[in-house]
Write a protein that binds this ligand. Structure first.
Ligand code: HEC
Ligand code: HEC
Ligand code: HEC
Ligand code: HEC
Length: 503
């Protein structure tokens, strides 16, 4: 006690002034660091995360700001900002892709995608949405968890390849209860020790090896963590149509050049990738999913300029005196193009207009490709109904079928890509142009075949879309006219008139 009193007596006024001075100087430096820099977030390791820690809340104890922004993917987005990707905005409407693109209901009739197919929403909901959507969509079983649960690889390790075909309810029951609804999490993208970016999907790592590349720069990793899920894949089936794995169609492709041509070649070659039967034509066919990675990296302007997904979807943002990568991933339009303005100092309005121009052109082509293909599907249906299988061996029929499939796979690819052309506008035009070319060829061949049999189907084929769009599945989903996208240039009408849609 005596010692303490002596010590206090020893503290003179000059010491106090010096201490205050130091505090002010340090605060000033901290403030300047906050305002002037750093240009990138700096990692401050204030704790360690144990191996195999799946719980984002635990990671959040060390990195609270990123955790907080990650949690925001739960919130609805600004309404009225995006033209064609109205996901789950403050209007709280779940947008139905089959109502937006009615031809899809006809073409996808025969399995889950023809029943319920919604626009994507925030990452928070990826697992939850699997429970909310029509159960036909998760019929493939455990394999559906590949892009939805961080536990997928661990579960495949534990239960072996049979996990892929495990009935849906059983597969879900294998996820620890606490994390049953957990979607993309810290462990999917980060190394727990260094926080550097890391992949958490064996199937995707194997696919990358096929591209002839096994080392990736930090910038490339800023794309590959997304590509773990934002890619196309096939679910190979056994004789009993059970899922036996998950494969990416990359054989023979190269980094920066995974072409739609090569993807189609592989789907056609691998008969066990035929996952469903198209009801209208009776054809067993493959499928393509959200090919953001393949489409963006096929020599787009931004890919060639060295950009990664995170540059536009996870911009650096200031939180207090820190800068972090925004983990609240969303459409850049719904974020008022914050990410773009860093490199494009032109006005926000001009950039919005540029995006809309690109998307309008893509949409117009997509609608044309879609309705042309639907007409061809209906011609096949007529031929099957009227002639049974009698014409199947005709060379005209075989050629028409081949063209039809070429058109179909291109169409599914572009309909599933989530940027309506923006990620690679030139490639969008090329792929959809080819799709229209192939479906036009197929139609010509089928008409020739029918003419040979003295059947005149007339100029306009009724697509009977109401039949495919209404009373879908368990929830009896109906066509939502107000959600339908119309051709911004009105040219679809010239080849497939509105009156022939049957809507
Ligand atoms: C584990 C798989 C997975 C990973 C990894 C992943 N995503 Fe997603 N992403 C999804 C799924 C699934 C959805 C749709 C969720 C839904 O609709 O329920 C989605 C939706 C989105 C959306 C729409 C969000 C909205 O608000 O509508 C954007 C944008 C997006 N992802 C970008 C990215 C980017 C950029 C990365 C990489 C930094 C990434 N994703 C990594 C699976 C993933
Ligand atoms: C140059 C900027 C840019 C890059 C790079 C980029 N995107 Fe996008 N992305 C956009 C824009 C713009 C849209 C269109 C948003 C809209 O229409 O609302 C979009 C749309 C999306 C969507 C749909 C969003 C929604 O709300 O439904 C997803 C998912 C997505 N991108 C994922 C990716 C992935 C994965 C990558 C990397 C392979 C990537 N993006 C690279 C700008 C970019
Ligand atoms: C879909 C992938 C993805 C998920 C999920 C994810 N991150 Fe990140 N994270 C990134 C990317 C991309 C970066 C930028 C890394 C870079 O530029 O090197 C990043 C950067 C970071 C950084 C470095 C500082 C910064 O802000 O740039 C921290 C810390 C971080 N994330 C924490 C987390 C935490 C905590 C979680 C879980 C709550 C999480 N991340 C979930 C992709 C992800
Ligand atoms: C990291 C920097 C960077 C970011 C972020 C970025 N861009 Fe770009 N953008 C570029 C570069 C570089 C080019 C190519 C310019 C050139 O080669 O003349 C480009 C080109 C473009 C073009 C012209 C495309 C073409 O086909 O010629 C448009 C439109 C565009 N960007 C829009 C956007 C939008 C919208 C966003 C945000 C969603 C965005 N950019 C984000 C760097 C960026």
């Amino acid at each position: 006690m005596e010692k303490l009193t002596m010590l206090i007596q020893k503290i003179e006024r000059k010491h106090i002034i010096a201490a205050i001075g130091i505090v002010i100087a340090v605060s000033l430096v901290m403030y300047l660091i906050g305002v002037l820099g750093p240009t990138e977030p700096k990692l401050v390791l204030v704790g360690a995360i144990p191996d195999n820690e799946y719980d984002p809340a635990e990671w959040g104890k060390v990195y609270p700001l990123e955790y907080e922004s990650w949690q925001k993917t739960k919130e609805p987005r600004q309404t009225g900002k995006s033209f064609y990707k109205k996901g789950w905005d403050t209007d709280k409407v779940v947008y139905d892709k089959l109502s937006e693109y009615p031809f899809m209901a006809l073409l996808f009739k025969g399995w889950g995608f023809g029943i319920a197919y919604n626009e994507p929403r925030g990452h928070w909901y990826m697992r939850i949405d699997q429970d909310e959507i029509d159960s036909s969509r998760v019929k493939a079983g455990g394999v559906c968890l590949n892009c939805k649960s961080p536990y997928m690889d661990a579960l495949v390790k534990q239960y072996g390849n049979s996990f892929f075909s495990m009935p849906w309810a059983d597969a879900i029951a294998r996820i620890p209860v606490k994390h049953k609804n957990l979607g993309a999490s810290c462990i999917d993208c980060h190394d727990n020790k260094t926080m550097s970016l890391k992949l958490n999907k064996e199937t995707f790592k194997r696919a990358l090896a096929k591209l002839g590349k096994d080392e990736f720069s930090r910038q490339e990793m800023r794309m590959l963590v997304c590509a773990q899920c934002h890619v196309t894949y096939n679910i190979p089936k056994n004789e009993a149509m059970q899922s036996i794995g998950l494969e990416h169609p990359y054989d023979g492709s190269r980094w920066g050049n995974i072409s739609i041509e090569n993807i189609i070649k592989l789907i056609k070659k691998n008969a066990h990738w035929s996952e469903w039967k198209q009801e209208v034509t009776g054809f067993k066919v493959g499928f393509l999913r959200h090919p953001e990675f393949e489409f963006f990296t096929r020599q787009s302007v931004h890919f060639n300029a060295g950009l990664a997904c995170a540059d536009c979807h996870m911009p650096y943002k200031r939180v207090g005196s820190f800068k972090i990568s925004d983990h609240n991933l969303m459409s850049p339009l719904k974020d008022d193009l914050f990410a773009c303005l860093k490199c494009h100092p032109q006005s926000n309005e001009r950039l919005v207009k540029q995006i809309k121009e690109i998307q309008d052109r893509t949409l117009s082509l997509l609608l044309k490709a879609g309705y042309h293909e639907a007409v061809v599907a209906k011609l096949f249906e007529k031929i099957h109904v009227q002639f049974n299988n009698a014409l199947v061996s005709d060379p005209l029929y075989a050629a028409a079928k081949d063209y039809y499939l070429e058109a179909l796979y291109r169409l599914i690819f572009m309909g599933a890509e989530n940027s309506i052309g923006f990620h690679n506008p030139e490639e969008a035009g090329r792929i959809l142009g080819d799709s229209i070319g192939f479906s036009t060829k197929a139609e010509g061949y089928l008409r020739q075949l029918l003419a040979k049999k003295n059947v005149n189907v007339g100029n306009s084929i009724n697509l009977e879309l109401a039949k495919y769009l209404n009373n879908r599945g368990k929830h009896k989903l109906m066509f939502q006219k107000q959600q339908e996208f119309n051709d911004p240039f009105g040219t679809v009408e010239k080849t497939v008139p509105r009156a022939s849609l049957g809507l």
